[in-house]
Design a protein around this ligand. Structure first.
Ligand SMILES: Cc1ncc(COP(=O)(O)O)c(C=O)c1O
Length: 383
């Protein structure tokens, strides 16, 4: 039995939609992107959605907004969890802001005590990550943000469909980012999305993803004297656009999303029952909230973890370290000499953690096989 971290979720229906798009001759960002954004926003109960070419690009634009819309100054501090994806943090640095790393808790999300410890007069924002499908402690974080006047942004790249108090992630902060990379809850092959309830942010994000262009924005009325309003630029920007071709695939995938999330959740429930017999720690998830990206396990020692990670291939089971581990151990952040709290839990995740595949093609039989295989390997290791 071969169990892969990513399965091909592109079926004939997506291929037909892509071919129809190619036949239409309308390839670049256009009506299909518009309608994908509209449907995505509806699905997430958000007012607006802006499609970009990756989750990293979504994060880049959100960090840019900290300066463009919220007026943060060079050197202002942004809180981040130390277990995240590198491109949650790079855009903060690339915009001359200072990431402040905090530890995580047993759900692998921002630890509240560490967060409180690391707030300084220079702290202006929090870039929250909902890791591996499990939402962070949103209520407490929002309360602190309100008290300290901090801007909250959410990186939901691994957590499409996760909820807290019945509200989908991405709707708690001023903006939320999603990755639509191959193997995520839904895919456009490469792709990303930003959701927001603010029209002003929506308008700025659309310009920022497209050269700082004013085209299509009500901002054009501010420039009544400018001669050619179709070629008017009033802010810095990038080209981070996606295409109609990717949106055509996304529109089909979106129809299947609820079902995929349901399967992942059932798998996770089964996994939690089954893994109990091995007496190992797992990511603490709330099955009423999580959207399950993968099945994360913490072993007793680094040596045990390394042995399992190395040996699972024998059983044709793919596995990997948890996200990028503790980012503070990555050479890129070491060389940048970033500021951080102590991170004992992130270290446990880094040195003793792995995650196993979960997706809409996994079932209880495959989970039994994965857990039994780990059980066998643990016995071998302990001999
Ligand atoms: C938490 C997190 N943020 C950002 C990203 C970047 O998304 P992408 O690969 O679409 O650029 C990822 C990637 O999976 C991620 O896990």
């Amino acid at each position: 039995m071969k169990i892969k971290l990513m399965e091909n979720a592109i079926s004939e229906e997506e291929i037909d939609a892509a071919i129809a798009c190619l036949r239409s001759g309308e390839y670049t960002q256009g009506k299909l992107v518009d309608s994908f954004e509209k449907r995505f926003a509806e699905w997430n109960n958000s007012k607006y959605a802006v499609m970009v070419n990756s989750g990293s690009s979504a994060n880049l634009l959100m960090a840019f907004m900290l300066k463009q819309k919220y007026g943060l100054k060079d050197g202002d501090e942004v809180i981040v969890p130390s277990v995240a994806w590198p491109t949650t943090v790079y855009p903060i640095i690339q915009h001359n802001l200072k990431p402040i790393f905090c530890d995580v808790d047993e759900s692998f999300n921002l630890d509240i005590a560490s967060f409180k410890r690391m707030i300084s007069p220079k702290t202006k924002a929090v870039f929250l990550v909902h890791l591996l499908g499990q939402p962070a402690k949103v209520d407490e974080i929002m309360k602190i943000c309100k008290e300290k006047n901090l801007i909250l942004m959410e990186d939901c790249c691994e957590s499409l469909g996760a909820t807290h108090n019945g509200i989908k992630v991405g709707n708690f902060g001023v903006m939320g980012s999603f990755s639509l990379y191959f193997g995520h809850h839904m895919t456009t092959i490469e792709g990303g999305m930003i959701v927001t309830d603010s029209f002003e942010l929506y308008d700025l994000l659309k310009s920022a993803r497209s050269h700082g262009w004013v085209r299509g924005s009500p901002r054009k009325d501010l420039y009544s004297n400018y001669e050619n309003k179709d070629f008017l630029f009033d802010m810095l920007g990038y080209n981070l656009r996606s295409t109609n071709l990717n949106a055509a695939i996304g529109l089909v995938q979106l129809k299947k999303l609820d079902e995929s999330i349901k399967i992942r959740l059932n798998n996770h429930r089964h996994f939690l029952n089954k893994i109990q017999k091995l007496n190992l720690k797992v990511q603490k998830v709330d099955l009423d909230e999580t959207t399950s990206f993968s099945l994360a396990v913490i072993f007793n020692t680094k040596e045990e973890r390394d042995y399992i990670l190395k040996s699972l291939g024998k059983y044709e089971i793919e596995s990997r370290p948890i996200v990028a581990g503790n980012l503070l151990h990555q050479p890129v952040f070491k060389s940048l000499k970033v500021k951080s709290d102590k991170t004992p839990m992130a270290d446990i995740i880094h040195y003793r953690g792995i995650y196993l595949p979960n997706n809409q093609f996994i079932n209880s039989e495959k989970i039994d096989y994965m857990v039994d295989s780990i059980g066998n390997l643990l016995q071998d290791f302990r001999k």
